[in-house]
Design a protein around this ligand. Structure first.
Ligand code: NI
Length: 205
């Protein structure tokens, strides 16, 4: 399943980046990753007005931390910075594939097909739950050189981009889980508090 998704994601890749980070990271992430319950995860992020070396340095540090934590995506609010910056690499097993750095991303179109897939988050470690989302998206963003870009995404990449963009609006994937029973079970198991979830869904099953 994961393989299939990463192939899809690879096919949809339309943009490379010039940031080279070794993917085989050992030790702890260099940046602290905030967890469910921390207020910084619930704030709206601000657009980045100038893409300069400080933003590129931050993106590199985020990539290092993401690889060290074995994640496929990381949003700036997760390291306590409320700026519209995401790093993503759904091809983390492929050392030659370049990661994506998305600055001020905006989804311009959602496909009509929805699918359900198990998500996890470096801010809620150990919790994995199904979330329903559109299976394809189109988006625009700026790359790490500040250039405007457009891309289409499907499969795991589309899912990951939507998950990370939620972080920019203070939304966590657990807010979108429809099965409250599964949600509470998973959260308790990992020592999280269900009161820290701000549910978007009304379902009680
Ligand atoms: Ni996340």
């Amino acid at each position: 399943m994961a393989n299939h998704f990463s192939q899809l994601a690879k096919k949809s890749r339309t943009n490379g980046s010039s940031e080279k980070i070794a993917k085989e990271q050992t030790g702890k992430p260099s940046l602290d990753i905030y967890k469910l319950g921390d207020d910084v995860l619930r704030q709206n992020s601000k657009r980045i007005t100038k893409v300069d070396e400080s933003i590129r340095k931050l993106a590199r540090e985020m990539l290092q931390s993401m690889y060290a934590a074995k994640g496929i995506g990381l949003a700036a609010p997760q390291i306590g910075i409320n700026k519209e910056l995401l790093v993503i690499d759904v091809n983390f097993e492929d050392s030659a594939a370049e990661p994506l750095i998305l600055i001020n991303p905006e989804i311009t179109d959602f496909g009509t097909t929805l699918n359900s897939y198990e998500e996890g988050c470096l801010s809620i470690p150990g919790v994995y739950l199904n979330v329903v989302r559109p299976s394809t998206i189109k988006l625009k963003f700026r790359d790490e050189m500040g250039r405007p870009r457009k891309m289409k995404a499907d499969g795991l990449l589309a899912r990951c981009i939507q998950h990370e963009m939620d972080h920019l609006n203070g939304i966590l994937f657990v807010d979108r889980v429809t099965s409250k029973d599964d949600l509470n079970k998973e959260l308790i198991k990992e020592g999280f508090n269900e009161k820290d979830v701000i549910s978007i869904n009304q379902s009680n099953d």
